[in-house]
Design a binder for this molecule. Structure first.
Ligand SMILES: NC(=O)c1ccc[n+]([C@@H]2O[C@H](COP(=O)([O-])OP(=O)(O)OC[C@H]3O[C@@H](n4cnc5c(N)ncnc54)[C@H](OP(=O)(O)O)[C@@H]3O)[C@@H](O)[C@H]2O)c1
Length: 356
């Protein structure tokens, strides 16, 4: 069934420890993994990987702070990526289909984000129902970042309606960019908090309505007043928080009475500060939000995916701007870069030089 020539060995980035530590120190590039594709189970296939991002959750796995641990070591790192079906098992009684029941064929472009699938590699053996076929008109760099951030952004915005205002922090992040674009496509207006100057125009260009700089050092009240002035005092009923600490508190300060404050990230690594005054006088509801819960609502998630594929294919939404692309054998350098601040976008691995 295979049209693509498979090598007997391949390269990957492996994690050697689960204790806490510097993220770049726990990994190494290994070039001699054996590819035992002849012993594939009927519901497995070989994916030739194209691109894989380094997301904050990957960094958390490498530094030993993520909520889950790899089941065994050494483990190939990377939880999201794109690629091409390279091999399907022969003599399979069951038809090989993707997560949504579409028949898989060698050469199909696929994306996925199964936990611990090892996307920082040239090849991976994957359960077929963890993959989703994407049209070849969506390029594989875009596809590599479609499974985590855009669905999360879509889910976080679920309660907002056309014409509403929402406020978010870390607005220049991959997530922030997805929230801005999906909100724009749905007619929702966004107030976007960033922690440094120089990002405003790029965010306005992708559809942000308002961008406010709040570093955590400059005046909290001044930032809240700035939001009020620029929105003309509009009622903001949804806050989307990726930072916590004072930045998370600023979002609550800008919310209208009865507003909802959703936390989906803790980039500052500080506790979420909840003001007694916001709770008491404005009756703010504080909630956590994780993609896993949205994915568990299978029908709703499938509808989102259909919408997302169409919207990305039409160019109305795209995935994060890319800062730098590294080869797998530059893994330590790539992880150090992804872990640094002041990036202009995502750091990606190019898993295969022949795929564009
Ligand atoms: N709950 C879920 O289901 C879910 C799903 C997807 C993502 N997430 C979370 O969403 C967050 C963003 O992910 P992403 O992929 O969009 O990240 P990303 O593209 O790598 O961007 C990281 C962002 O965090 C900011 N940042 C870094 N360190 C910070 C600090 N100490 N204090 C305040 N801001 C800081 C960066 O600001 P600078 O550019 O100024 O450095 C940048 O805006 C992460 O926490 C991730 O785990 C959660």
């Amino acid at each position: 069934m295979s049209d693509l020539l498979l090598p007997s060995t391949f390269g990957s980035v492996v994690l050697n420890r689960t204790e806490r530590g510097n993220p770049a120190e726990g990994i190494e590039y290994k070039s001699d993994n054996s590819l035992d594709y002849k012993s594939l189970l009927p519901a497995q296939c070989v994916v030739k990987l194209a691109y894989a991002p380094i997301n904050p959750s990957d960094i958390n796995v490498l530094e030993g702070t993520y909520i889950r641990r790899p089941p065994a070591l050494p483990a190939t790192a990377g939880m999201e990526g794109s690629g091409v079906i390279a091999f399907l098992p022969e003599n399979s009684n069951t038809e090989c289909v993707d997560q949504y029941g579409s028949k898989l064929t060698v050469g199909d472009h696929v994306v996925g984000s199964p936990w611990n699938w090892g996307s920082w590699a040239e090849y991976a053996i994957v359960e077929t129902n963890h993959l989703r076929i994407i049209p070849k008109s969506i390029d594989l760099k875009t596809g590599a970042m479609m499974c985590v951030n855009p669905p999360t952004a879509y889910g976080l915005l679920e309660s907002a309606k056309e014409g509403d205002w929402v406020i978010q922090n870390a607005a220049n992040s991959g997530m922030g960019q997805a929230i801005i674009q999906i909100a724009k496509a749905r007619g929702i207006r966004t107030v976007n908090i960033v922690r440094r100057e120089g990002l405003e125009q790029d965010l306005l260009d992708i559809g942000a309505d308002i961008v406010v700089v709040y570093s955590g050092d400059n005046d909290f009240i001044e930032a809240a007043e700035n939001v009020k002035e620029q929105t003309g005092g509009a009622k903001i009923r949804l806050a989307i928080n990726a930072v916590c600490g004072r930045s998370g508190e600023l979002l609550a300060k800008c919310l209208a009475p009865g507003g909802v404050h959703l936390t989906y990230g803790v980039m500052s690594q500080r506790p979420m500060t909840v003001s007694g005054g916001q709770l008491l006088f404005k009756d703010i509801t504080y909630k956590g939000w994780h993609l896993g819960k949205f994915q568990a609502q299978k029908e709703k998630f499938k509808d989102m995916w259909t919408w997302l594929i169409d919207t990305v294919d039409k160019g109305k939404v795209t995935t994060s701007v890319i800062d730098t692309i590294y080869n797998l054998n530059q893994a330590k350098e790539a992880v150090k870069h992804a872990h640094s601040s002041n990036r202009t976008g995502k750091v990606l691995f190019r898993c295969d030089k022949t795929l564009s």
